[in-house]
Design a protein around this ligand. Structure first.
Ligand code: G3P
Ligand code: MG
Length: 242
């Protein structure tokens, strides 16, 4: 399939240099020359898609409770930057729409990781895919939709089969290739520790691209690319050139 994506993808916007999953982080990643951004997306209580890694608010905002327990209007008032550092005080939780529009305006690409709250897998997958189709209509590079949830990815395929999919794995199971192929994935997205020369070669033989995460060591990145890795997700936007 068409694979217009760069080899380097910034994790959660700019890794750990700025508050994850915010527009400030993506801007910072872009200032280092990164052109593609991984971020985590889930549903707010009222069905708005927002960038947030955790199912709960405590770690990365000044709010409390479940993301799914709040309408977006409430989430939008939270401070999603102060937990990181004072310089980012007042940074807000962005919607997928706001981030998509900013990326498209700047000619940048997206890897939308669908991170459903428990029990909302199919609903989140379908909503994210329909929103991605709407927002990226006519774009040169479609966003890659990835998820650890097979159910969420299956839902994306049902509603927007044209969007490229990548199944995420922590530990690679024996049947990783069958699982990726059963979902019609364009890529395997695997934790970097599980990636070896033979795994990458087997994925390519199966017609899959390979994305590794989270690779922060330049020497390890070079070794993986030497084995043919297609792209990696990194926090080290300041240490590994895009
Ligand atoms: O998409 C790769 C990576 O983001 C998966 O781990 O926990 O950072 O979302 P996590
Ligand atoms: Mg992620």
């Amino acid at each position: 399939m068409n694979w217009p994506y760069p080899r380097m993808i910034a994790h959660r916007g700019a890794g750990t240099l700025a508050p994850e999953n915010t527009l400030a982080a993506i801007r910072l990643g872009a200032s280092f020359g990164y052109t593609m951004f991984e971020f985590d997306v889930k549903l707010a209580g009222d069905g708005v898609l927002v960038l947030m890694h955790d199912a709960t608010l405590e770690r990365t905002t000044d709010g409390t409770g479940r993301v799914a327990g709040h309408a977006f209007g409430e989430l939008a008032r939270l401070d999603a930057g102060s937990w990181h550092s004072p310089a980012y005080a007042g940074e807000s939780i962005p919607t997928l729409e706001r981030v998509a529009r900013w990326l498209l305006r700047n000619g940048l690409m997206a890897n939308i990781e669908i991170k459903p709250c428990p029990g909302r897998e199919a609903e989140t997958g379908a909503a994210a895919a329909l929103e991605a189709r709407r927002l990226w209509r006519g774009a040169l590079a479609l966003p890659i939709l990835s998820s650890f949830s097979q159910e969420a990815l299956e839902a994306t395929r049902r509603v927007a089969p044209e969007l490229p999919r990548a199944l995420l794995f922590g530990e690679l199971p024996e049947d990783w290739a069958q699982r990726c192929l059963a979902l019609g994935c364009a890529a395997l997205a695997a934790r970097e520790a599980g990636l070896t020369d033979p795994v990458i070669a087997a994925a390519h033989r199966a017609g899959l691209r390979v994305i590794g995460y989270t690779v922060n060591d330049p020497a390890r990145a070079a070794a993986l690319f030497g084995w043919g890795l297609d792209a990696l997700v990194t926090d080290a936007v300041d240490r590994i050139a895009p």
